[in-house]
Design a protein around this ligand. Structure first.
Ligand SMILES: NC(=O)C1=CN([C@@H]2O[C@H](COP(=O)(O)OP(=O)(O)OC[C@H]3O[C@@H](n4cnc5c(N)ncnc54)[C@H](O)[C@@H]3O)[C@@H](O)[C@H]2O)C=CC1
Ligand SMILES: O=C(O)[C@H]1O[C@H](OP(=O)(O)OP(=O)(O)OC[C@H]2O[C@@H](n3ccc(=O)[nH]c3=O)[C@H](O)[C@@H]2O)[C@H](O)[C@@H](O)[C@@H]1O
Length: 443
């Protein structure tokens, strides 16, 4: 099939590449000229495990092309995917301007039947808006389909190639047949393509992200309670996760969810509810808990140093909002590092992939190391903010040789508490240790 993908970010580039992998001819279009040039020269603009080999293979087979010209991308394509940003607007709702203006541009260019497919996360009613805009600009036949994407960064290729489900919102039989044909290679293991109306499909995406965010905020509150009650959240997590009605996944407490999606999507759903005069109480609590989680983590650090970071060096492991990505959008590290600098600390940070993005985006006056150990030299404490695999099994003796004070604040519960105490570290993690325990260790 001939396909156009509009927008080549984390979703568009993975979608385009994975659709070309099953033999489709895909042209990806982006307004960012530098990015398109880079991809034409065979370089990936993002770090995403497993993407590079597929990207090179399909470029070499001439099934994956890149352009800055919308007209060129959509000319022969029957299916046009919109993988454009839908960022959080000033009032917390989803900003649809990219989607609506691209739809108008597409409408002015199409000459024959097209299916315009929204992959971006968009509020309920967007398919209707896109349909109205296209209708106002062309007499050509078309269908608008909602096809939300559920991939996770870091495992995006695997998620796209073997999705647990594909959701398609359309009332058109013609579009349904085309999408069934397109996606059949991806559901050979029997995972369903779930067809529904456009509005239900649009809401499914927000409901999924909001439910996962709710699980995380719930566990963060359980973790906070564990610290007050002297319980261990990892034990509680295993205890409840083995109940299949609850499930093991997305129960990890930490320093709050980040990324380009959960924060904006939970907010957008709450805003949609508001606009419909529905008070979605749970969502408001989910956002509030998330906002406070990183604040509470930092509060422990501030407490430990009596709010005085004069002459203190803080080492940081992890800047990305999660491991296996270079994405730093809404990463808790941004808030935490800004605050540490405000309080006068010197900060040295290491992340395997996200340093460039972090530095370009925040421009903070911190130093960056080439590896986990470099940043530890003379550090008064280490903060672990992202659970990259490379941090999981460090040489503790080497760490101690480098650090001035053997203090670790672990925002991702990477280590066993007894091991850390035996190694001689003052160790604080999420929902497992309390400041009281610190004091005991020091006595
Ligand atoms: N990042 C993720 O893991 C997931 C994101 N989504 C949703 O997918 C959508 C896209 O997200 P990302 O890929 O993360 O965004 P992104 O910000 O990484 O990429 C968007 C791309 O669109 C390009 N662009 C902007 N205006 C354009 C135009 N008029 N024509 C052509 N290209 C244009 C930008 O230059 C950029 O390359 C959002 O709605 C997001 O909520 C859904 C599932 C997963
Ligand atoms: O709509 C989207 O963009 C995507 O959002 C999330 O994917 P992603 O943001 O890539 O990452 P997740 O693995 O979901 O993690 C999100 C945040 O939650 C945090 N998290 C996750 C799981 C957990 O148990 N605890 C926890 O704190 C992570 O550290 C991270 O900051 C969803 O998992 C995807 O299904 C969805 O397609």
């Amino acid at each position: 099939m001939k396909i156009a993908v509009v927008g080549t970010g984390y979703v568009g580039l993975v979608t385009g590449t994975c659709l070309s992998e099953t033999g489709n001819e895909v042209t990806c279009v982006d307004i960012n000229k530098q990015k398109v040039q880079m991809m034409r020269e065979g370089h990936l603009p993002i770090y995403e495990p497993g993407l590079e080999s597929l990207f090179h293979r399909n470029i070499a087979e001439e099934r994956l092309l890149f352009t800055t010209e919308l007209a060129e991308a959509i000319e022969d394509a029957e299916l046009i995917f919109l993988a454009l940003p839908t960022p959080m607007g000033d009032d917390g709702s989803a900003d649809l301007s990219y989607i609506l203006s691209a739809s108008a541009d597409i409408a002015k260019l199409i000459k024959g039947y097209k299916v315009i497919i929204t992959k971006s996360t968009v509020p309920v009613g967007t398919a209707d808006k896109v349909t109205a805009i296209i209708k106002a600009n062309t007499d050509v036949e078309f269908d608008v389909v909602s096809n939300p994407e559920f991939l996770r960064e870091g495992v995006a290729v695997e998620d796209f190639m073997k999705p647990e489900r594909i959701v398609v919102g359309t009332k058109s039989d013609r579009a349904r047949a085309l999408l069934t044909q397109l996606y059949s290679p991806y559901v050979r293991q029997g995972n369903p393509i779930i067809f529904m109306d456009e509005r239900s499909s649009e809401l499914t995406k927000y409901a999924a992200n909001s439910f996962l965010a709710t699980k995380i905020s719930f566990m963060n509150e359980i973790a906070n309670l564990c610290e007050k009650l002297g319980a261990d959240v990892d034990m509680v997590r295993m205890g409840i996760g083995s109940d299949s009605r609850i499930g093991k996944r997305f129960l990890f407490p930490g320093i709050g969810y980040g990324g380009s999606c959960f924060p904006k999507d939970v907010s957008a759903l709450a805003k949609s509810a508001d606009e419909s005069y529905y008070d979605f109480k749970i969502l408001n609590a989910v956002m509030e808990v998330n906002k406070l989680q990183k604040v509470a983590f930092l509060e422990k650090v501030k407490d430990y140093f009596n709010y005085d970071f004069d002459g203190k060096k803080i080492a940081v492991w992890g800047l990305a909002f999660k491991p296996e990505t270079d994405d730093i959008r809404e990463a808790p590290a941004i808030y935490i590092l800004k605050e540490l600098l405000e309080y006068g600390a010197t900060v040295a940070a290491y992340d395997p992939e996200a340093i460039n993005n972090f530095d370009n985006y925040t421009n903070l006056k911190i130093s960056y190391g080439d590896d986990s150990y470099e940043v530890l030299k003379d550090a008064d404490a280490l903060l672990i903010l992202t659970e990259w695999a490379v941090f999981r099994n460090p040489e503790f003796s080497k760490m101690k040789d480098l650090m001035k004070q053997h203090v670790i604040f672990d925002g991702r519960n990477l280590f066993d508490i007894d091991t850390m105490l035996n190694q001689g570290f003052t160790y604080n993690s999420i929902g497992r240790t309390t400041l009281d325990l610190f004091q005991k260790v020091e006595e």
